[in-house]
Design a protein around this ligand. Structure first.
Ligand SMILES: [Zn+2]
Ligand SMILES: [Zn+2]
Ligand SMILES: [Zn+2]
Length: 108
């Protein structure tokens, strides 16, 4: 009775966590573990995960998860195109200045 490996409910694998902007994925699902602070404990997190979707914490807007990837999104739902890390409309979580960056040599 081998059921095979269980597949995780993650449709899009991001290099960083879209909620706390940490580089490595959590061992615990964020769904069960609401993250209140970003990886470096500098900021309050902007979003929470409900099932597979990203919702802003204060206004409950669903954000586009594709927009958080480096590839971006070409849909015209601009109200969903906000950074899940800080709420800015200019970038997604993968390009967020608050995200944990392994290469710290670039100091602008
Ligand atoms: Zn996280
Ligand atoms: Zn989109
Ligand atoms: Zn951001």
């Amino acid at each position: 009775m081998y059921a095979g490996p269980s597949t995780p409910n993650a449709p899009i694998i991001l290099p960083i966590c879209t909620i706390c902007l940490r580089q490595h994925r959590h061992t615990m699902p964020v769904i069960q573990f609401p993250v209140r602070r970003t990886w470096d404990d500098k900021y309050n997190t902007h979003c929470k995960r409900i099932n597979k979707a990203i919702h802003t914490r204060n206004s409950g807007i669903t954000l586009c998860s594709l927009w958080q990837c480096e590839c971006g999104c070409h849909e015209k739902h601009n109200h969903m195109h906000r950074c899940s890390g800080c709420g800015a409309t200019t970038h997604g979580a993968s390009k967020c200045p608050r995200a944990q960056n392994v290469t710290t040599t670039n100091t602008i």
